[in-house]
Design a protein around this ligand. Structure first.
Ligand code: NDP
Length: 457
């Protein structure tokens, strides 16, 4: 049977574009269908603009300590300038993503694709029917909003990137990545910020010392934290939004933002017609090679619900191209993924948390808390925290958790060594670079505490 294309990619985000580019590089005839802007969540309304906003918010911290270095700074902030400059940069990146598809010979089709079978899809606007030997679904996800009265009065991160002006105050619901990152941004830009979370401490699932340290950092930044509470309804009052909380308290805010998780984009794209199986949470079920239950259909990135992280989508997309068009079957190991939360202080982590590691055998924990050098001339009290967790037997590094300036940069580099199975002795062998924060990682002396048979000693 002959097909029009070797690979049809639905969705031009991080995963889809990487798969398309690599497949085209290997000689495959590739089409990518995208109904929105090219670049996906990360580029258009995720990691990239978020990090730009985080940079913007961190100027406040620098201005705060500047006098201790002899500087006198008069500052004012203009939100529309930031948004306009961010938009320019996103447009530049979008063009780069278009080129990534087209340069190696791929075709970009601006339309919405709906699967009509295992090897075919219909383009909604043009009505064109496309056939392909393989189809890759890379449609990403969307913000999930709790089903409460007045939910339409709230915004999500999507709209937060496009606000015409900063709200006079903001309430953010959630305790995950997006909630703490945006709380950092808004508070840093001077907006009175409240975070309401149904749990008892932000960043569930992260190492407990990271969570406690971030909680303190957010509070130091002026973020008001309300725990074990949810928003049960929203109501408009003039230009404000009144939040009715689960504890029966009401309060008005300039804006209310939901950061309550994201769901896979699997509706209305013909997955049923093609016979593709879904997971209970609505994401697409795939095997380790990102293949669905239909042999010709693959899926990568957020739509598969495995890990909602851009670099994972990129790697999954690349490996689908390797598997299908380079005779080099590859799958992504999801067991040890480093991740960073660009809050203030920054959080970065890889491997097991202390709580998890303690259940995996005897471990040694090396913990350092110190005032970063940049703050030593000022009264700023924010501290950096570093935690290295090693196996008591052999010293293999099982987890690394850093809270503080440049945490993500440090964990990214250490991830190479940890991925190679580095031990405490390997870390110790590295000569310190002085004065840096990272040198703490290679100069730990004895463990701060140990776990033997699951008990802290
Ligand atoms: P997360 O899953 O990180 O956090 C969702 C939060 O919302 C949790 O605190 C959760 O509570 C809470 N929540 C979920 N449902 C409800 C509800 N019905 N009512 C009240 N609270 C609720 O999702 P995010 O939206 O923050 O981000 C989505 C994903 O995007 C992240 O998981 C991450 O993978 C990715 N991302 C990565 C970033 C990075 O790499 N720096 C940055 C931003 C996003 P509970 O903890 O109790 O479940």
């Amino acid at each position: 049977m002959s097909f029009e294309y070797d690979l049809l990619v639905i969705g031009a985000g991080s995963g889809g574009v990487r798969a398309a580019r690599m497949a085209a590089t290997y000689g495959a005839k590739v089409a990518v269908v995208e109904e929105d802007r090219v670049g996906g969540t990360c580029v258009i309304r995720g990691c990239v603009p978020k990090k730009l906003f985080v940079y913007a918010s961190r100027f406040a911290d620098m201005f705060e300590i500047a006098p201790s270095f002899g500087w006198t700074v008069e500052s004012s902030f203009d939100w529309p300038t930031l948004v306009a400059n961010k938009d320019k940069e996103i447009a530049r990146l979008e063009a780069a993503y278009v080129a990534a598809v087209e340069k190696p010979g791929g075709t970009l089709l601006r339309d919405r694709a709906v699967l009509t079978g295992p090897n075919s899809a219909r383009l909604v606007s043009s009505g064109r029917e496309i056939t392909a030997r393989y189809i890759l679904v890379a449609t990403g996800g969307h913000p999930h909003i709790p089903d409460i009265p007045g939910k339409e009065l709230g915004i999500t991160s999507n709209e937060a990137f496009e606000l015409k002006q900063l709200p006079h105050s903001i309430l953010i619901e959630g305790g995950g990545y997006i909630a703490v990152e945006f709380a950092t941004v808004f508070a840093g830009l001077g907006v009175p910020t409240t975070l309401v979370y149904r749990g008892d401490k932000v960043l569930r699932g992260f190492d407990d010392d990271l969570r406690t340290g971030l909680e303190a950092g957010l509070q130091e930044r002026g973020v008001k934290l309300i725990y074990e509470t949810t928003i049960r309804a929203l109501e408009a009052k003039g230009s404000d939004v009144v939040a009715r909380f689960s504890d029966e308290v009401d309060a008005p805010f300039g804006a209310v933002m939901f950061a309550t998780g994201r769901r896979a984009n699997t509706r209305g794209i013909g997955l049923e017609a093609a016979g593709v199986e879904l997971n209970p949470d609505g994401s697409i079920k795939v095997d380790r090679y990102s293949k669905t239950n239909v042999d010709s259909i693959y899926a990568v990135g957020d739509v598969t619900g495995r890990s909602q992280l851009t670099p994972i989508a990129v790697r999954e997309g690349w490996y689908v191209a390797e598997t299908l068009f380079n005779d080099n079957p590859q799958w992504v190991d999801h067991s040890q993924i480093g991740t960073a939360v660009f809050a203030e202080p920054e959080v970065a982590t890889i491997g097991l948390t202390e709580e998890e590691a303690a259940t995996h055998g005897d471990i040694d924990v090396y913990l350092a808390r110190f005032r970063p050098m940049i703050n030593t001339l000022s009264t700023k009290s924010t501290r950096t925290m570093m935690k290295l967790i090693t196996a008591a037997d052999g010293g293999k590094v099982l987890g690394l958790h850093i809270l503080g300036k440049d945490a993500a940069e440090m964990v990214q580099v250490a991830a190479v060594a940890i991925g190679m199975g580095a031990t405490k002795a390997d870390f110790d062998r590295a000569i310190a670079m002085h004065p840096t924060a990272g040198e703490e990682l290679v100069t730990f002396k004895g463990p701060t505490h140990r776990y033997r048979n699951g008990a802290k000693v």
